[in-house]
Design a protein around this ligand. Structure first.
Ligand code: CP
Length: 329
């Protein structure tokens, strides 16, 4: 069974045209649209390699980053992406803004609209907040991570990096290991990877994977494994997710040491993968817990490439939002 082209999370329907209005998750991206974004990102990466990396695609447009939660990679790469495309860029965090005085999300969005924003890049601790913002903003919203729900630009840069390194996505065996249940990255990756024809296995202790029936109701082709070692010889892509120390305090893990023994990415585990296999991590990493320092910098690791590619992929997204929206978007 294949993943349906339109999910109940995307009531406005699929968007196969070049211009879409919002990027809220990958559930409303067709395989063709994902491949088109990745193709655009190849061109954007070429621009970033020029001696003067700047093009006028977003000249006259204003991009506002609003981050209600901490970020290093996503925020900086959206800023760099927008500047490379010649947009006016403004960034704000909840701290130090009128949000601290109790201004509501809707009032903040209306204020930013009144200031002339065309595109808002938004990270929020509440799942669904960018969807609410999209209902009140006349321009475009890009979800830069909402609660445990979605992180579509991270998933697209993950897909780009895999395709760049391994030449394809279809048919690859991808294992995502770690704190799946709390991971917005995992959710968006699963949508994108399955839609592009990859085989995806979630791996970790049952307390961090959650209800398998729920997973398989949404993603019938998804595989689930509670042991990592058996998967390694057939794994093309191994992605570790951050383990937050609070998970142990919440009783979801007996100990971080035990987690590390069973699921940590060690050099010894990497040695059991095929020669071409790669290791990924969306960051930030807890080195010594879900990934050992030697694995993070091993020749298999593409973790720094993920960060670098994030700028090109976010340029591609901004480019695709820069045109006139169609009736279906
Ligand atoms: N991967 C990711 O979202 O990192 P940041 O929290 O640093 O943006």
């Amino acid at each position: 069974m294949t993943v349906p082209a339109v999910s109940r999370y995307a009531p406005w329907g699929p968007t196969s045209v070049r211009h879409r209005r919002h990027v809220l998750d990958l559930d409303d991206f067709s395989s063709d649209e994902i491949q088109a974004v990745l193709d655009n990102a190849v061109s954007m990466k070429e621009i970033l390699g020029r001696s003067v990396p700047q093009v006028p695609i977003l000249r006259g447009k204003t991009v506002v980053n609003i981050f209600y939660e901490e970020s290093t990679r996503t925020r900086m790469s959206f800023e760099l992406a927008a500047r490379t495309l010649s947009a006016s860029v403004s960034s704000m965090t909840a701290k130090g803004s009128s949000i601290e005085k109790g201004e509501s999300l809707i009032d903040t969005i209306r204020t930013i609209q009144a200031l002339g924003a065309d595109i808002i890049v938004m990270r929020h601790h509440e799942s669904g907040a960018p969807y609410l913002a999209a209902q009140h903003f006349k321009g475009s919203i890009i979800n830069a991570g909402d609660g445990r729900h979605a992180h579509p630009s991270q998933a697209l840069l993950d897909l780009f990096t895999i395709r760049e390194r391994l030449g394809r996505l279809a048919g690859l065996n991808i294992v995502i290991v770690g704190d799946i249940i709390h991971s917005r990255v995992a959710r968006s990756d699963i949508w994108g990877m399955l839609r592009c024809g990859a085989n995806v296995t979630l791996c970790g202790p049952s307390t961090l994977i959650g209800d398998t029936t729920m997973w398989q109701a949404t993603f019938p082709n998804l595989r689930i494994s509670y042991t990592l070692d058996d998967l390694l010889p057939d794994t093309d892509v191994l992605m570790a997710l951050r383990i937050q120390k609070e998970r142990q305090q919440a009783g979801l893990l007996p100990s971080l040491r035990e987690y590390s023994n069973d699921y940590g990415l060690t050099q010894e585990r990497l040695d059991r993968m095929p020669a071409h296999a790669i290791v990924m991590h969306p960051g930030p990493m807890n080195e010594g817990v879900e990934i050992m320092p030697e694995a993070a910098i091993s020749p298999r690791s593409v973790i720094e490439a993920q960060v670098t590619n994030g700028v090109a992929v976010r340029m591609a997204l901004l480019y695709r939002l820069s045109g006139e929206p169609t009736a279906t978007t």
